[in-house]
Design a protein around this ligand. Structure first.
Ligand SMILES: Cc1cc2nc3c(=O)[nH]c(=O)nc-3n(C[C@H](O)[C@H](O)[C@H](O)COP(=O)(O)O)c2cc1C
Length: 379
């Protein structure tokens, strides 16, 4: 198999809106070929329940465009007008989404994948879980042939009208609306996405590893833990809370507080603070931390003991949520330098994996308490 081409198709199947070629007709056969590809996707019980509605009739497309406009289109056009010229990160997306709203009726073909059945929570196979992967294969198959689409769902808010317009029976569920056209050029690029290492958990939720992993955790691989919480507060507010080092400390069961060291005049790279800690096994101790990550409204992090060979690295990360609010992540990497944990590991090297797992589990509970505490404090 030509891995590079397959990966490239998967990585560059973008939401295409402004680069849909509205003037070039799309042959039915190419749509059918892509549906044949898509039908190879897995389906619960190996049962064929997917159906594909291909709309080419200009009057029906006009009606679909009207429904799309009513269902969500106004949101996109208003957002576009509000963000125009602001440099907001969502400005290009909204400009593109609004363009589709205004030109949907001119798109040569609109494909609506549906599935026989209703999503009733029964757990029976054959519903959404049997159609999304197939509809996505359809989009990738289009891309491989020089066509493009955008996964849209806004129109589903008008399901009764959609059913009436297309004669879709009650027991059949609409999944998406895919405008299809040849693309203007084919030089689409991969989009910025979270790197796998940040969102992949090995052998347990939240467990991350900088390198490796073998099945046994080693300090040398940079094992770590991440927890997260969604907060109904603006990123500015969350940023102020996480950079006020004493506020997170209030919610921790082993970190009794912290004081910025001499000369502190606001969080800055290289600034130091001394944390006061308590652990049953170790009693009270203090540790000096060095701010080593500072991206306003993005990330705030510090490392402990020695900036060149830290015992641990802690990071708060904040991400704005679509529709308002903020996602707060709290991430820890152990090592690579010495710490209380490495002292114990040196005494019992054969127990390294188990000790790391226990320590991470302890941290996880505490870290979750911290982010939940910040959320409850701010909401
Ligand atoms: C569940 C879902 C619903 C979406 N609904 C719409 C929509 O109604 N209108 C639209 O223009 N784009 C819609 N999109 C497309 C996203 O905006 C798009 O995937 C996102 O901006 C990222 O762009 P990319 O796919 O090119 O990386 C939807 C995507 C998904 C997965």
């Amino acid at each position: 198999m030509d891995t590079e081409s397959v990966d490239w198709a998967l990585k560059t199947t973008r939401a295409v809106r402004r680069r849909l070629d509205l003037g070039r007709p799309v042959d039915d056969q190419i749509i059918l070929d892509c549906i044949d590809v898509a039908e190879q996707a897995p389906t619960g019980g190996n049962q064929s329940s997917r159906r594909w509605i291909v709309v080419r009739d200009p009057e029906i497309k006009q009606e679909l465009a009207r429904l799309y406009q009513e269902a969500g289109g106004l949101f996109f056009t208003e957002a576009r007008d509000q963000l125009e010229g602001t440099g907001h990160p969502r400005e290009p997306m909204m400009r593109s989404a609004a363009h589709l709203v205004e030109h949907l009726a001119e798109v040569p073909v609109i494909v609506i994948p549906v599935i026989v059945g209703r999503h009733d929570g029964s757990g029976a196979p054959g519903l959404f879980d049997s159609v999304i992967q197939s509809a996505w294969s359809f989009c990738v198959a289009l891309r491989a042939r020089g066509l493009g689409s955008t996964w849209t769902t806004a129109v589903l808010a008008k399901a009764p009208e959609l059913k009436e317009l297309l004669g879709i029976p009650d027991g059949v569920t609409e999944i998406a609306m895919l405008p299809v056209a040849w693309t203007k050029g084919t030089d689409f690029r991969p989009a910025p996405r979270s790197p796998a290492r940040e969102i992949t958990f090995f052998d347990g939720y939240g467990r991350i590893c900088e390198s490796g992993p073998g099945t046994a955790l080693r300090m040398a691989d940079g094992p770590g833990m991440v927890v997260e919480v969604d907060i109904a507060a603006h990123p500015d507010v969350v940023w102020a809370a996480i950079t006020d080092i004493n506020l997170p400390a209030q919610f921790s069961d082993e970190f009794n507080g912290a004081d910025w060291d001499e000369g502190f005049d606001g969080p800055a790279l290289g600034a130091t603070f001394t944390g006061r800690n308590h652990l049953e096994a170790l009693g009270h101790w203090e540790v000096t931390s060095f701010v080593d990550v500072l991206e306003p409204n993005g990330a705030f992090g510090w490392c402990t003991s020695d900036p060149d060979n830290p015992g641990a690295r802690w990071r708060f990360e904040i991400q704005p949520l679509v529709g308002g609010g903020t996602r707060l992540l709290f991430r820890l990497f152990l090592g690579p330098g010495p710490s209380g944990l490495t002292m114990f590991i040196e005494q019992n090297p054969d127990k390294e994996h188990g000790m790391i797992v226990n320590r991470l589990q302890h941290h996880r509970v505490n870290m979750q308490r911290v982010v939940d505490g910040i959320r409850d404090h701010l909401q």
